[in-house]
Design a protein around this ligand. Sequence first.
Ligand code: ATP
Ligand code: MG
Length: 256
Amino acid sequence: MRRIAFANQKGGVGKTTCCVNLAAALAAVGKHILLIDSDPQANASIHLGVDVNTLKNSLYDVLVAGIPIEKVLIKNIRENLDCIPSSIDLSGAEVELANTVGRELILRNAIDTFASKNSYDFLLIDCPPSLGLISINSFCAVDEIFLAVQTEFFALQGISKLMEIVSLVKRRLNPALRISGVIATMVDTRTNLSREVLQDLNNFFNERLFKTTIRNNVRLAEAPGFGKTIFEYDPLSHGAQDFKSLAEEILSKNNP
Ligand code: ATP
Ligand code: MG
């Protein structure tokens, strides 16, 4: 199972859009996906049509109450796609876990136990826009980080802080961790700015920058409001094309 977290502590850069639609694109070609929503905003859960107000259990219960993943899992939310939803309760988890020994590894341990009995091709975790304990739990539970980067002026600001945290987690908690992919999002190749940021990303990340970029596409922004993936909402849109290509690119590269 490839374990990937979608991260960037900068808000609104496209993490959730990438996580959900890539999950859908990979599921559509027969890959078995487990998507974990680790953001208290629960955007990924809502994007998949989960009614987060009536949820009995969420990732919060796994992290704070030690409930096994089986009890929280929404199986077959789509064909080939299972989901562990989030809820607003999760925003209190960091404080509640502040004095728990081994608090950084709770998610990793829960996933390891679950994965020993269930097989998936990909684990995809949608991270919150912060570098707090929940993100650290996600970084400990995966081998790879995909950075979503919006191609705008402040794109690279904050990346060095993220890289510092990643190398700290790698040294102390999870030696396998690496940033293995960078996804340029909301790209508008007509603008010089978008092109310049893409060039900077290319210089900095080289082959880790995916060749496929996610273009600015209003259909991608509309789909979550309907609880639909882009493939359900508008399968002919640029957004659907881009996520299909990105999935192909990811599958064509051997796990770097
Ligand atoms: P947060 O940090 O709050 O979790 P995020 O990094 O997960 O945000 P998204 O929620 O995926 O970012 O995207 C932010 C906003 O931009 C959303 O309204 C989303 O629908 C929109 N959006 C994302 N990608 C695109 C795109 N390629 N084209 C147009 N709109 C987009
Ligand atoms: Mg998000």
